[in-house]
Design a protein around this ligand. Sequence first.
Ligand SMILES: [Zn+2]
Length: 205
Amino acid sequence: MWRAAPLVHDGTLTEAAMELLHAVSGVDKALLRAARIRPSRSNWLHAPWYGRRRGGALTMGRTIWFTANWFDPKGLGSGSLKATYAWLLHLAHEVGHLPQAERFGQHLPGKARYTAAFVWQYAVRALLLQPHVHDGSPLEREADIGRQVLRDLVALDHERHPVVQAVHSGHAEHVRQWCAAHSVHLAELSVKHAARPAGPPDANA
Ligand SMILES: [Zn+2]
């Protein structure tokens, strides 16, 4: 059976994970609570325009689909501290798509418009022969702010960072207090990454 410390088995985020993801991405807690993380069984995530480099996740409405390797008990579903950090980085990006989907609406025409907006952005960049077709689109860059804040926050500590360890052990109150104590730094990082000019994302994204 797979295990990922930021997730409950029903596909919801733990309280501790919600606290940290809210702090780094600014996404509403109610929206994080409504999100469901699901394994994608087919390979439909590997649409031609979708960057494999991202490691396989896609947010549609309030469902975040992750590829099977994330649920592999011998892989990222092992429940290890290292896997927790990998999950958190990836989630910090994907939850950034949740408010975007809300903006476009939860009803079917809204979902269709959201998908169309993505495809249009990819198509424009592809036509202009721009590299990083997926990661460079405005919706992607907006969604990525939370991931970049988290990466800056933990700096070289990675999974050894105390806030990552607190999520790993499910100490929501710990995470809440840590984020409150570092709220100024968190706000500075958000501003820094929101203001970052367009450019290629770093290689290990
Ligand atoms: Zn994305």
